[in-house]
Design a protein around this ligand. Structure first.
Ligand SMILES: [Zn+2]
Length: 239
């Protein structure tokens, strides 16, 4: 009942849908474009990654090849750089940009970059929040409605709201961590001779498109939080 109100469709659902589609389209089109541009070293994503890891005092990081498209990640628990097969085996500018971004995370980890530690700490509560918080908010509102506006239901809805605020906090911390990893990526590529100045614009484009997806996630979570808050506090005012 709450999710199909015109206000929700107009101010939350539609903006999030449009931004998400735009972000996905941008990432996919820049990736497609720069995966056709060969990098100057002729090395694959995995070779470039090994070169940067060795050159940056991160030799303890192991490279793994994983399945999937753009599933690349750095796992701080196991100190592994997980490169998707496409990135690991491609000799493109796109592949080296993705690999270098993930090494940016490995460097953050090695240097004890505080925002990354915060982010890791927030992962479990943010996962719980994104899955359970909407249900808790709605359950609390239904309970309040069924009981003729009893504060108990509203208290439950507020608990759900607080839990969803953790998702926003997680995205607030994630965005600078990602921007910082991309900033490091360009530096790491240049310092290790893995990129020529004329290739840098392409790598930067790739990383910029990827960063936009994190901004979208942040905006989406803020809009959703505001919407839940308007439901909960609007409901409280009516009673
Ligand atoms: Zn990242």
């Amino acid at each position: 009942m709450f999710f199909f109100s015109p206000g929700y469709l107009l101010f939350v659902f539609l903006p999030i849908l449009v931004l998400s589609l735009a972000a996905r389209g941008w990432v996919q089109s820049t990736y497609a474009r720069y995966s056709k541009v060969p990098n100057s070293t002729g090395q694959t994503g995995a070779q470039v990654a090994q070169r940067i890891l060795t050159g940056s005092g991160l030799s303890h990081v192991q490279i793994n090849i994983i399945d999937g498209d753009l599933t690349d990640n750095y796992d701080p628990r196991t100190k592994t750089l997980n490169l998707s097969r496409g990135v690991a085996t491609s000799t493109s500018v796109a592949a080296e940009a993705v690999a270098a971004h993930e090494i940016g995370h490995a460097q953050q980890d090695a240097q004890g970059y505080f925002a990354m530690q915060w982010r890791s700490g927030l992962v479990p509560v943010a996962n719980l929040g994104s899955q359970a918080a909407p249900l808790i908010v709605v359950a609390g509102l239904i309970l309040s409605w069924l009981s003729g506006g009893a504060t108990f239901g509203i208290a439950i809805a507020e608990l759900g709201l607080a839990l969803f605020a953790m998702v926003v906090l997680f995205n607030l911390v994630t965005t600078p961590v990602e921007l910082n990893a991309s900033h490091r990526a360009l530096g790491l590529l240049a310092e290790n001779g893995a990129i020529l100045p004329e290739e840098q614009a392409g790598a930067r484009q790739m990383l910029r498109a990827a960063a936009f997806t994190y901004w979208v996630a942040l905006i989406a979570s803020i809009l959703t939080l505001l919407y839940y808050a308007s439901l909960v506090f609007g409901n409280r005012r009516n009673n």
